[in-house]
Design a protein around this ligand. Sequence first.
Ligand code: BEZ
Length: 211
Amino acid sequence: MATLRLGDDAPNFTAETTEGTIDFHEWKGDSWAVLFSHPKDFTPVCTTELGYTAKLKPEFDQRGVKVIGLSVDSPENHVAWANDIEETQGNRPNFPIIADTDRKVSDLYDMIHPNANDTLTVRSVYVIGPDNKVKLTLTYPASTGRNFDEVLRVIDSLQLTAKHKVATPVNWKHGEDVIVVPAVSDEDAKAQHGDVRTEKPYLRYVKQPTG
Ligand code: BEZ
């Protein structure tokens, strides 16, 4: 499989998970989804990542986002490891984890980067929209744990910008002012958002739209 790029269809698959066999598109429905891989069960960085992601479940739920993990380990290992995650991180995985022992999904989503490691998945993140298109990709090496607060922050931006003709500036967080996209005229920006703060003709801020 070639590298998946933004806007591409997120391919469907069936897989064994800690919550039984799933058909990905059926499981996802018309929700948003985060599909993320970790290199290996019973390893330290992965233990912290899965515990923290479990802690964030209410935040993902609030945004209508389903989360699913993946590694090439067996379902038995995923289940046994969950005890350690709960013991050390205070949260037990509360989302399905794919046991991709035949690497079918890893290959489909290009999660094994042979020049980094030819058997284990890297730390990939795919955010997939209700239309089953890829909206965001992240790739981290095994040695660097991801920032799942950043994944939530990006989802806030993706969901807002899917609905309104705005963009979000550097380090933006939910509730902060947003940028009017260049295709929108000053008149339309004013009609849609009220006050427009114009710093340059191409750099215009408005309050974050609600609704
Ligand atoms: C870790 O999660 O700590 C890890 C996993 C695979 C390789 C290196 C580190």
